[in-house]
Write a protein that binds this ligand. Structure first.
Ligand SMILES: Cc1cc2nc3c(=O)[nH]c(=O)nc-3n(C[C@H](O)[C@H](O)[C@H](O)COP(=O)(O)OP(=O)(O)OC[C@H]3O[C@@H](n4cnc5c(N)ncnc54)[C@H](O)[C@@H]3O)c2cc1C
Length: 388
């Protein structure tokens, strides 16, 4: 049972920071800090998930009446910063960050009462079924259908790159409910479906590290009741996009580049790379870029703190962040050459550095959350006003 909440937003920022940091430091087990895996399974981080749930600190943004902390953007930034600073692991968070906010905005009272407590308790672990083969950047072209049959929908089709579907028990699905709509964005709906229904097949896809962190999910005549629909039929596109938009800034948080730069420095010291003036020059540039990224992130965060809305220019943050992260990890491989291998910690002073895994990890953020090419298109059209 979660503890009673207080009005965190009325508290001075530094007091809140201190309270959250002290508690998280005492309650997040040391062996879960700075995990190699970016997306651990629920079972691997259950202790941390449950500690947050018991404290009532699992859902920083949900209103307190639904079991959240009700944090404003400023306090949320502090929560995220301290989480990252302590190296606490990511938890399976599609329920907290995606399904929960979607239901809070658009769900019926019945859906809120049924689903929200089960997300908070860890009983329901969610995954996000948006992308399909051939429909990633061009998501509106998706083809998985849901056809009304009496009081049910019958779902047929395939989703892909569904992160953590193999440890989830529910999926948030985008489906096509009207094939005749004038535009592809029309005729899409949002459905909630358990993954243990007859006709659902979840097939993990091993990544280059030979870990499965995403899956293919197949639907073969899967029946769900019409009560699985969120919001209005055929209006799902707007729902899905609204909920994702507020998360864009967090894809630009400087945490990963900062973490990688500290490891590059340790590696360079251990291998004597600082005796090479060319390396020193490249390292200085990377360090300055990390500082710049921090300043840029702070500028966007300040807009949110002051209650403002982010514009399309926030795309620049994601671009700068993900490409900088890649440049830092590439520099690690330059130092190590053939020594860099999968799942192999390289000794550097008193720490082990998993350079190859960091390098591979740095490829993914340039693809998910809207690929970098798509971010460039957004900047070209909405910020620079270049012709289409
Ligand atoms: C680690 C990871 C986790 C993910 N988890 C999930 C998940 O949980 N649920 C989910 O639904 N999806 C998930 N995805 C899928 C992700 O949303 C898609 O990979 C992404 O939207 C890109 O789509 P795509 O892979 O089909 O590539 P495509 O859209 O086919 O793009 C291929 C290439 O073409 C470029 N391109 C495409 N269109 C344009 C254009 N108009 N202009 C210029 N260049 C273009 C792209 O930038 C890319 O380089 C995940 C992806 C990754 C990498």
């Amino acid at each position: 049972m979660a503890e009673a909440q207080q009005d965190w937003n009325a508290m001075p920022d530094e007091d809140f920071r201190q309270i959250f940091r002290t508690w998280a430091d005492a309650n997040c087990p040391a062996e879960l800090r700075f995990m190699r895996k970016q997306r651990p399974l629920y079972e691997e981080v259950k202790v941390w998930y449950q500690a947050l749930a018991d404290k009532g600190w699992l859902s920083p943004l949900w209103p307190q009446e639904y079991g959240g902390m009700g944090l404003n953007p400023a306090k949320h930034m502090i929560y995220v910063e301290e989480w990252a600073r302590l190296g606490c692991p990511r938890i399976p968070d599609h329920g907290i960050g995606l399904t929960g906010p979607l239901l809070l905005h658009y769900g019926s009272e019945e859906q809120k009462q049924f689903f929200l407590p089960k997300i908070l308790s860890g009983e329901h672990i969610w995954c996000q079924g948006y992308s399909e083969p051939g429909s990633g950047s061009d998501l509106a072209s998706m083809r998985t259908t849901a056809v009304r049959d009496g009081d049910d929908y019958i779902i047929n089709g395939q989703k892909i790159w569904t992160t953590l579907a193999h440890c989830a028990n529910w999926i948030l699905l985008l489906v096509r409910t009207d094939k005749e709509a004038a535009k592809p964005q029309q005729g899409i709906s949002v459905l909630l479906a358990p993954l243990d229904l007859p006709g659902v097949t979840v097939r993990p896809i091993p990544n280059l590290r030979e870990e499965a962190d995403f899956c293919e999910v197949f639907f073969d005549n899967v029946r769900v009741p019409v009560s699985a629909l969120v919001g209005e039929e055929n209006k799902g596109w707007t729902l899905a996009k609204t909920v994702l938009s507020h998360e864009r800034i967090f894809l630009g948080a400087p945490t990963r580049p900062e973490y990688a730069l500290a490891r590059l420095q340790a590696l360079a010291e251990a291998r004597g790379a600082f005796s090479d003036p060319a390396f020193v020059s490249r390292f200085a540039k990377l360090r300055l870029d990390v500082y710049d990224l921090g300043s840029a992130f702070e500028r966007f965060a300040r807009v949110l703190r002051q209650g403002g809305e982010l514009g399309a220019d926030v795309s620049v943050l994601k671009l700068f962040n993900t490409e900088l992260y890649q440049r830092i990890t590439e520099e690690m491989l330059e130092i190590l050459g053939e020594e860099a291998r999968f799942n192999d910690d390289i000794e550097a002073g008193d720490i082990g550095i998993d350079a190859m895994n960091l390098y591979l990890d740095s490829r993914a953020p340039a693809i998910f959350g809207g690929s970098n090419e798509i971010q460039r298109n957004i900047l070209a059209k909405a910020v620079l006003r270049l012709p289409g």
